[in-house]
Design a protein around this ligand. Structure first.
Ligand code: DGY
Length: 307
């Protein structure tokens, strides 16, 4: 029986499966364990089930001499210091596939909401500004038949592209390494689906925003730091970009007084792309499958591509 620390209560029944085999401690709080608390809890642990809000770095690993398996409850693992875990030879697991559709759906929800100004229109109804049917009121952008650039042609990017066929859109798949600026010139919508790495940090910077059409709409359900938010706010303020819809920001949570939130034509939601009941329970199953395998000395079924 191994000792496992789980940094938050998870939906579904996966943790019961884990507890049937191992001694499991679940952090009781709604907020992530503070770093010193996390270090204390992993001190005697063989396994760790972490969230994207937990920073797994060399300092944490040094405090966890017995740790031999980390299951991250996410498809992304930019909260994990890859060099540090590799140096210790600790396998890291992720939760692929089960959140692909939920994330692609949310990217589309954001795209449609931004194109058709749903948030603003709803707010106007609440504020009593719906006076009559207005021929020129709340005009938005056509989605049907428009051009969509999908940046990052992995599972989620492909699922977003697949949904675009229903809207008879022209889809441009952009792989990292392709000529990004050339790909950004024409699309009406740009949706980001790349992992956060040193190469993708601020991939969408002032120069990238400058080549996009002023009528274009940017959607980000990947990771906040992929977009330079100062440049994004300026582009929105100056009308060089029509709108942006973000599920992810830098930092998270975005403080209510962050200057980005003063930019016009901006939708921000709190990192909810995988937040369906089914996806979040299935993510817990994947994370537990990863831990059980590694603690039994077997390869994780869903390893993070650490190389
Ligand atoms: C992930 O899995 O990386 C998402 O950002 C949260 O589900």
């Amino acid at each position: 029986m191994a000792r496992v620390f789980v940094t938050r209560q998870l939906p579904g029944t996966a943790l019961e499966r884990l507890a049937a085999e191992h001694e499991v401690e679940v952090w009781p709080g709604d907020m992530p364990p503070p770093p010193q608390e996390l270090r204390a809890r992993v001190a005697g642990a063989d396994g760790l089930l972490s969230l994207l809000t937990d920073h797994i770095d060399a300092e944490l690993l040094a405090a966890a001499p017995k740790l031999r398996a980390i299951a991250n409850y996410a498809i992304g693992f930019d909260n994990v210091d890859v060099e540090a875990v590799r140096a210790r030879g600790i396998p890291v697991g992720v939760t692929p596939d089960v959140l692909t559709d939920a994330t692609a759906d949310l990217a589309w929800a954001l795209l449609l909401a931004a194109a058709r100004r749903l948030v603003e229109a709803r707010q106007d109804v609440l504020d009593g500004k719906w006076r009559t049917w207005e021929p020129q009121g709340w005009l938005g952008a056509d989605v049907h038949g428009a051009t969509l650039a999908v940046i990052g042609a992995g599972r989620i990017g492909r699922a977003v592209a697949q949904r675009a066929t229903g809207f008879e859109m022209e889809v441009v798949m952009v792989d990292l390494g392709d000529d990004l600026h050339a790909a950004l010139r024409r699309p009406d919508f740009v949706s980001l689906h790349a992992p956060l790495t040193p190469e993708t940090r601020h991939l969408i910077d002032a120069a990238a925003l400058a080549v996009m059409k002023p009528t274009a709409i940017l959607v980000n359900t990947a990771r906040g730091p992929i977009v330079d938010q100062v440049a994004l706010a300026a582009a929105l303020r100056e009308g060089r970009l029509a709108a942006a819809a973000l599920d992810v920001t830098d930092p998270e949570p975005l403080p209510p007084d962050d200057p980005l939130l003063e930019a016009p034509n901006l939708i921000v939601v709190p990192h909810i792309a995988s937040a369906t009941r089914t996806a979040r329970a299935a993510m817990a199953d994947r994370a537990v499958d990863n831990l059980r395998a590694a603690l039994a000395g077997e390869p994780m079924p869903y390893p993070a591509p650490l190389a």
